[in-house]
Design a protein around this ligand. Structure first.
Ligand code: FES
Length: 181
């Protein structure tokens, strides 16, 4: 696992993620390679090492940048296409930086019937959110899910892991605004 000092990968990425102008591309290939090697060394010779490496990176920096996926491929001798098969199969893995707060609007049948489309619509039109995207200020990311197991409370919206049952557009806007302040 990476260290916690200012030179750690986490420290570097945190700096990068809080900057408006920098992104993963600012880290040189050499730096990325060095960091990847730490994860690879940790899981070398372990069955399922690819998943474990991806999991650690996601845990530490919140997503798996493309440049990192490429270096993982070289280090583990795995084709990039195979790595993306894994990354896109599991919803847990993110390919882009995530917002501080996550919003998941359930669009399963029960929630759809009870008003999920109106909630999505107001998040888009009033707050400018887009499904699958993180806001420019990196405060929120909006996603849809197909049933969160709370159909009796439809429509359900999960905000930062908390299920908000019997949601209305007004309640969700209010909740989001409280997180903005
Ligand atoms: S359909 Fe939304 S919680 Fe089941």
């Amino acid at each position: 696992m990476v260290g916690e000092g200012s030179d750690s990968v986490f420290g570097k990425i945190l700096t990068i993620m809080t900057s408006e102008t920098l992104d993963q591309g600012q880290m040189s290939c050499e730096e990325i390679r060095k960091n990847i090697q730490k994860y690879v060394d940790k899981w070398r010779n372990v069955e399922g090492s690819l998943i474990m490496v991806l999991h650690d990176i996601q845990e530490d920096i919140g997503y798996v940048p493309r440049e990192w996926a490429m270096e993982i491929g070289k280090a583990l001798d795995i084709k990039l296409a195979r790595i993306y098969e894994v990354l896109t199969f599991y919803h847990y893995f993110k390919l882009k930086p995530q917002g501080k707060h996550s919003i998941h609007v359930c669009t399963g049948t029960a929630c759809h019937i009870k008003g999920a489309p109106a909630i999505l619509e107001i998040l888009k039109t009033q707050l400018g959110f887009n499904v699958g995207e993180t806001t420019a200020d990196r405060l929120f990311n909006l996603d849809v899910v197909r049933c969160v197991g709370a159909c009796g409370l439809a429509p359900a919206v999960v905000i930062d892991g908390e299920v908000n049952g019997k949601s209305t557009p007004e309640k969700i806007i209010e909740k989001v605004k409280s997180l903005q302040s």
